[in-house]
Design a protein around this ligand. Structure first.
Ligand code: HEC
Ligand code: HEC
Ligand code: HEC
Ligand code: HEC
Ligand code: HEC
Ligand code: HEC
Ligand code: HEC
Length: 311
């Protein structure tokens, strides 16, 4: 056989093995952390006693690995964000004090992420009720986990999925007594009672987002981030249940949803799972209702004329 060919193949083989080795090395690093951080229990070597010990993991430190592999930061290694010193256990206590990067540290002023308008979002967040009360302590991470963050409203064409995902962010705290208390130091008001003026509460919470009623509508952002105080929340039914619903400028403003309703035409009005009384006006349906109206009207007039003539 040609010896040159063998040489080329072996060089190729060498580089391939380098690449795969590097990859398995990366995965191994993730794996080291997840060995403990994806399980209810963890084992470690107690060097004082000189033997292995098994303990319960803090449930808030157990990571959702499925959600992580779907998230926007799935390419990252744990130690791209966390100190590489975490590789040893027991973790060094000082690591707790280390500040972690915020969304703006990485995304602020970056052209490649300009469409998300991170800087403007930050400005809006700084106006919100949460920021007014808790300041820097209420950062982006209170709603967006850097581990599992996905963009839903921008990409999904399923209204129910968008609503579910977005509401989970608020509910993860407003419906979790411990998390709420950690932030505020007092008990959370019961959402069901707070909203008892709203009929079909469960249905509403499945079809509209909390932010629909609790932020001002703002055109320049995909998602309004200025959460207003409760006195400014939407309470009037007609704000949504009219042809000119505020939902058109908020939940239904996304191109992905609009495309769907254009494609759907008349069909969407009849079968869309989120069709809402009063908001949609299909020209075809409108025409049809006019036709029926005039048919009935002319029927009545003819009937009347017959009666008059008979008399
Ligand atoms: C042997 C099991 C084990 C391994 C391996 C492990 N951890 Fe931990 N980690 C824990 C436990 C247990 C805690 C809870 C606090 C403590 O005991 O220090 C924790 C806490 C943490 C915390 C939270 C610290 C705080 O108090 O806010 C971070 C962040 C963390 N680990 C990151 C990592 C990273 C990154 C890796 C991999 C490089 C890793 N851990 C590997 C067991 C482990
Ligand atoms: C894109 C950056 C990023 C990556 C990648 C990342 N983390 Fe984190 N992690 C953070 C931030 C930021 C926090 C603090 C969240 C907060 O302030 O509530 C955090 C918090 C934690 C905590 C404390 C519990 C919690 O959820 O608040 C643990 C444990 C942890 N990370 C482990 C890991 C492990 C293990 C990996 C790898 C599988 C990892 N992290 C990858 C940014 C990251
Ligand atoms: C340590 C730096 C770092 C931090 C902190 C960070 N990101 Fe990222 N983020 C990145 C990088 C780098 C990418 C590109 C990843 C890729 O292309 O695989 C990215 C991707 C994204 C994307 C997808 C962009 C696209 O168009 O593909 C979004 C959205 C995003 N991040 C939002 C956030 C949010 C929200 C936060 C805060 C909760 C945050 N990021 C925190 C570095 C970071
Ligand atoms: C009170 C909760 C809350 C806080 C705090 C918050 N966000 Fe959001 N954010 C949301 C919700 C809800 C969405 C809609 C998510 C979706 O469906 O994609 C969102 C969406 C986003 C998006 C995607 C917008 C798009 O155009 O697709 C980005 C980027 C973002 N937030 C960044 C941030 C940054 C940066 C901060 C901190 C300065 C922050 N958020 C703080 C609730 C919050
Ligand atoms: C249809 C509009 C609407 C929706 C949807 C809605 N809210 Fe409200 N919410 C209101 C109004 C109006 C008030 C003020 C009620 C009052 O003062 O009587 C309020 C009050 C509140 C308060 C103040 C509680 C207090 O008294 O301190 C919180 C917190 C709250 N809502 C959270 C949420 C969350 C979280 C969601 C999503 C699961 C949500 N809301 C969905 C309209 C709405
Ligand atoms: C990490 C916890 C946390 C998350 C996440 C969170 N909140 Fe809050 N929220 C609070 C706390 C704590 C308060 C009480 C502030 C105070 O003491 O006035 C509050 C207050 C409120 C209020 C009432 C303000 C008033 O006038 O009394 C509204 C409305 C509200 N949040 C809506 C939302 C919405 C909508 C989301 C999701 C987009 C959300 N919150 C996400 C913790 C959270
Ligand atoms: C933030 C917008 C919004 C506000 C404010 C609002 N609704 Fe709704 N409402 C909706 C949406 C979206 C649906 C879901 C429609 C569907 O599934 O057909 C709905 C459904 C309903 C339904 C059930 C219709 C059915 O098909 O069973 C009733 C009844 C209703 N709303 C009454 C009210 C009343 C009364 C108020 C004022 C107290 C109100 N709504 C305020 C958006 C809103």
């Amino acid at each position: 056989m040609n010896s040159r060919l063998i040489l080329i193949f072996s060089i190729l083989f060498f580089f391939c093995s380098l690449i795969t080795n590097a990859q398995s090395y990366e995965n191994a690093r993730q794996h080291q952390c997840l060995k403990c951080h994806s399980n209810q229990t963890y084992t470690f070597l107690n060097t004082v006693k000189g033997k292995e010990e098994k303990r319960l993991m803090n449930p808030y430190f157990i990571l959702d690995t499925v959600a992580m592999t779907n998230g926007v930061h799935k390419q990252f290694d744990c130690t791209d964000c966390h100190s590489s010193e975490y590789a040893t256990y027991p973790h060094n206590g000082n690591l707790k004090l280390e500040p972690l990067s915020t969304c703006l540290d990485c995304h602020g002023g970056d052209e490649s992420f300009a469409k998300y308008k991170f800087d403007q979002i930050q400005e809006e967040v700084n106006k919100s009720v949460h920021y007014k009360v808790y300041g820097e302590n209420f950062g982006c991470s209170k709603c967006h986990s850097q581990h599992t963050y996905v963009t839903t409203a921008r990409n999904s064409d399923n209204v129910l999925e968008i609503v579910d995902n977005d509401n989970k962010m608020c509910l993860s705290c407003h419906n979790d007594m411990k998390k709420y208390k950690l932030v505020s130091g007092h008990e959370n008001p019961k959402l069901v009672e707070v909203h008892d003026w709203l009929p079909n509460q469960e249905l509403h919470f499945r079809h509209v987002r909390c932010v629909e009623c609790h932020t001002e509508v703002i055109d320049s952002l995909m998602v309004s981030h200025n959460i207003l105080g409760k006195d400014h929340a939407v309470k009037k039914c007609v704000e949504c249940h009219t042809a000119n619903s505020r939902l058109k400028a908020s939940l239904y403003k996304y191109e992905n949803l609009q495309k769907r309703s254009e494609k759907g035409g008349i069909h969407i009005v009849l079968s869309n799972s989120s069709y809402m009384i009063g908001t949609h006006q299909s020209p075809l349906l409108k025409l049809l209702s006019f036709l029926i109206f005039f048919a009935v009207l002319s029927g009545i007039i003819i009937h009347l004329l017959f009666r008059i003539f008979k008399k």
